[in-house]
Design a protein around this ligand. Structure first.
Ligand code: SF4
Length: 352
């Protein structure tokens, strides 16, 4: 059962128990590199990323952030860390949510100005506390206590200024620390929570750590927006988050790829094909299963739980729907023909 929380809005996306759990990612290039940022934004739009965080480390990035707001159909969150001046500038540029890290803020005296700016711009803030940057005064406490106390201190400052449009995010690369600190804070406040395992690692190991950490919180009803933080492209983060939420039954309309591990019978490049197909079908908010199987002998049979699929052959492959072969296709046209089949299948679903 999902925890009941307050809610905030970032553009047209709500965060909190009044809304579905949103998925976010982060741009992974210089914010001033508008061309590369635009490319990443458009890729993320295709896979339906809900929210996108952008680092704003300097004045030039504020200007770039302002341009990206015009380009992006995904609401952008400005990641500031600690500079009040940059926070003010980026709010003036149009940011509706900023992220600050209280462990990196040595001076809370300017916070009343920041709160005025947040109120003026109807913007919200994520107080994002990381295990590596908690308040110095708590050095002797356990990791969990350091994160929890740093969060409480920062929340009190905002609450004393009557500001409550807050999202809390408590992260660590250590799963137990991350989970325990989030549980403690979720018991104390009803602010929406951003969950994830920070710096979780490269794709494979990062996925495992993130899935376990995020799942342990979702099981307890904690989590209103999710980021799977990976040393990989942002699209991978979104696909991973979608699959975690789908597996928990918290997001239904997510395509699922079934693909065989391959063996000596494999005739097509299943690894490459399954990755390409996954990125394309993730553009559909549909609850469908797609199978990419390496051979005709076992492929159709083993993939028949899928709605539709490919069973690869030497020169030609079979396309099937619900276990029934519907077409034989030359391997050089396989991806295009299969995507046509998927499009037609989804078109028929929409007409039903
Ligand atoms: Fe091997 Fe065919 Fe099974 Fe794939 S589906 S693992 S190619 S037997």
């Amino acid at each position: 059962m999902r925890r009941i929380t307050q809610s905030v809005k970032v553009g047209n996306v709500g965060i909190g128990s009044d809304y579905p759990i949103s998925i976010q990612s982060m741009l992974k290039c210089k914010t001033t590199n508008i061309e590369e940022c635009t490319k990443q934004i458009k890729e993320l739009e295709k896979v339906h990323c809900d929210l996108l965080r952008v680092s704003v480390p300097d004045k030039e990035s504020v200007e770039a952030f302002s341009k990206l707001l015009q380009i992006s159909n995904i609401p952008l969150i400005a990641d500031i860390h600690y500079s009040y001046d940059l926070a003010t500038d980026v709010l003036n540029a149009g940011a509706k949510k900023i992220r600050m890290n209280p462990g990196n803020m040595s001076d809370f005296s300017k916070i009343d100005k920041l709160v005025s700016e947040l109120k003026n711009h109807h913007a919200c803030i994520r107080i994002g506390v990381n295990a590596g940057s908690t308040n110095k005064q708590y050095e002797n406490l356990s990791k969990v206590d350091r994160i929890v106390q740093s969060t409480i201190d920062c929340v009190s400052v905002f609450e004393n200024l009557c500001f409550h449009d807050i999202v809390l995010g408590l992260k660590s690369s250590d799963i137990d620390t991350m989970v325990e600190s989030n549980i403690q804070i979720a018991q104390k406040y009803d602010y929406p929570m951003h969950i994830g395992v920070t710096e979780s690692g490269p794709l494979t190991s990062g996925l495992i750590k993130s899935s376990i950490g995020i799942s342990r919180l979702l099981e307890k009803g904690i989590g209103d927006t999710v980021r799977v933080s990976l040393s990989s492209c942002p699209v991978d983060e979104v696909i991973a988050a979608k699959m975690i939420l789908k597996t928990f039954g918290l997001k239904k309309d997510v395509p699922e790829i079934i693909s065989c591990p391959t063996c000596a019978r494999t005739s097509i490049n299943v690894f490459d094909l399954s990755q390409k197909v996954e990125k394309i079908v993730m553009g559909y908010n549909k609850d469908i299963k797609v199978a990419i199987m390496g051979c005709p002998l076992n492929g159709v049979e083993e993939g028949k739980n899928a709605d539709l699929g490919i069973a690869g052959g030497e020169k030609e492959s079979l396309l099937f729907i619900k276990g029934q072969v519907v077409k034989k296709i030359s391997n050089d046209k396989l991806l295009d023909e299969f995507i046509n089949l998927v499009n037609n299948y989804i078109g028929e679903m929409d007409n039903d």
